[in-house]
Design a protein around this ligand. Structure first.
Ligand code: FNR
Length: 194
């Protein structure tokens, strides 16, 4: 059975390095037997999480849809910018809302439990957003995800891509291959729908 993999970039910016890296990961995963989908958080606009808002109005429809979408996957590849040595609010807010979802229209949903997650990041800086990935690893493990050890931290991202969006550096290219194959291997070994 083909594996369903969602690739989720944490930036909506036109020209985003993380979106570029996510698109390159999608191209590589599409060469495997996986069903790969590139998701945009522009399709799931959400208010900033507020427990009073949740209590008064319930969980927004977009959070339910996002949680349902994630819950249906075998694996998730998160591609995250780093803001002030931490995670970016757009992506954190989406994950926080999705983590509140326990049921969708009466049916139990566990978006992150035993979900196999790969982590990648890109930044124009020298660290390639590695501190955001450390924070993501902690959060996702706390949600019950199986976060694979391999990860990609793409530094100097402004000079990292060719005109077609391919990675210029062999080391970065190999790291992305290692991450995508590790994600698929992990899904096959411990995936929740297997
Ligand atoms: C940044 N940026 C940044 N970069 C980094 O490597 N470490 C950091 O701590 C920060 N902090 C930070 C804070 C804020 C508020 C902004 C707006 C930016 C720079 C960031 O990596 C850069 O804007 C990237 O281009 C964002 O990712 P996308 O949109 O290109 O995917």
């Amino acid at each position: 059975m083909a594996l369903d993999i969602l690739v989720l970039p944490g930036s909506l910016r036109h020209g985003s390095f993380n979106r570029k890296l996510a698109a390159e990961a999608v191209r590589r995963l599409a060469l495997t037997d996986a069903n790969v989908t590139l998701l945009s958080l522009a399709d799931y606009p959400l208010p900033i999480y507020d427990a009073d808002l949740e209590a008064e109005k319930g969980i927004p429809e977009n959070a339910l849809l996002l949680a349902q979408r994630i819950a249906a996957q075998d694996g998730l590849l998160l591609v995250s910018p780093e803001y002030n040595a931490g995670v970016p609010p757009l992506l954190k807010n989406a994950i926080d809302w999705a983590s509140r979802v326990k049921k969708v229209r009466g049916r139990p949903v566990q978006p992150f439990s035993k979900l196999v997650v790969g982590l990648a990041s890109a930044s124009p800086g020298r660290l390639g957003s590695m501190r955001s990935l450390a924070a993501w690893r902690l959060s996702l493990m706390a949600l019950g995800a199986e976060v694979v050890t391999a990860q990609v931290t793409l530094a100097n991202a402004g000079a990292a891509f060719d005109d077609e969006g391919g990675l210029l550096d062999d080391h970065a290219s190999m790291a992305l291959d290692t991450l995508t194959s590790s994600l698929l291997d992990h899904v096959r070994a411990v995936g929740r729908h297997g």
